[in-house]
Design a protein around this ligand. Structure first.
Ligand code: 2HA
Ligand code: ZN
Length: 275
């Protein structure tokens, strides 16, 4: 099958276009990666390029040895993906040690996979292990309101989780594990990848202070929907803070317990503190 006709490629492209229209991807901001299923690799294998030389990932992900990923290209604009996906995207294959990759499709005018490849792959490794392979999508976006909050809220998981849960009744149901926060760091390398992957052990959402957000999920819809929900909640909080420094009423910790009971989710006690 032609790579561009594969459903996972079509879904990937649609998600990047939806995301661009949300205004989360100025210039070359943000990146997306998808871990292919074995049957998807077989479906497109006749259309892959012959193997070329291995390139260092810049970190080790032994848990992903031999896996294939569809990823956005470094420096590529989300805006252009739908117009010319073969220029903007790549399918990469990892070696047996999980230390190197090689490009098997895409980037036809040259280039490299996303600058955040270490974080994407280290997150994939954690989530593949913790979800028995169910999670396949890692997504990074420059979400305006979430970024704004990292200038005014303490950079603590417990504060961000609680504030975001309070902003919309469905939030604790959509991200019951909460959100993690990484303080400001230089992006694009192994260091920030390690810090992010540590938090991915506990959460499906990690906020990068003054930069954006990473989400992990099973499908494109679930991962996009998760990031969208967190960002919408952050937007409400920004508006609330802009209207008044003090809330007159809110969703309380007891309300959160009631929602958790009705929707059969477990909320960690450490986030249900009395304010
Ligand atoms: O420019 O978003 O974090 C791509 C990025 C780097
Ligand atoms: Zn970024």
């Amino acid at each position: 099958m032609k790579v561009l006709e594969a459903k996972f490629v079509q879904d990937f492209i649609k998600m990047t276009d939806d995301a661009f229209r949300m205004n989360w991807h100025e210039r070359n901001g943000g990146n997306l990666s998808y871990r292919l299923k074995e049957e998807e690799v077989e479906l497109i294998r006749p259309r892959l390029n012959p193997p070329t030389e291995w390139v260092s990932i810049g970190t080790e992900v032994p848990g992903l040895s031999g896996e294939f990923f569809l990823v956005t290209g470094s420096g590529m604009y989300f805006r252009n993906i739908i117009v010319d996906p073969e220029v903007c995207l790549a399918i990469i294959e990892l070696d047996e040690k999980g230390e190197n990759y090689r490009i098997r499709w895409g980037l036809v005018e040259g280039g490299r996979p996303t600058s955040e490849l270490p974080t994407h792959l280290m997150n994939h490794e954690v989530k593949k292990r913790l979800t028995n392979g169910k999670h396949r999508v890692i997504y990074h976006a420059h979400t305006t309101n979430t970024i704004a909050l990292t200038f005014v809220l303490p950079l603590e998981d417990r504060v961000f989780t609680r504030e975001l849960w309070e902003m919309a009744t469905e939030c604790p149901v959509v991200f019951p594990d909460g959100v993690g926060v990484v303080g400001w760091m230089v992006p694009g390398g192994r260091e920030i990848a390690i810090e992010t992957a540590k938090l991915m052990e506990k959460y499906d959402v990690v906020i990068w202070a003054h930069h954006g957000m990473f989400c992990s999920g099973e499908t494109f819809d679930l991962t996009f929907g998760l990031l969208h929900t967190v960002e919408k909640s952050a937007e409400i909080l920004v508006k609330v803070l802009a209207i008044s420094p003090k809330k007159l009423q809110t969703i309380t910790e007891d309300n959160l317990r009631e929602v958790a009971g009705s929707f059969h989710v477990t909320l960690p006690e450490r986030f249900l503190y009395k304010k």
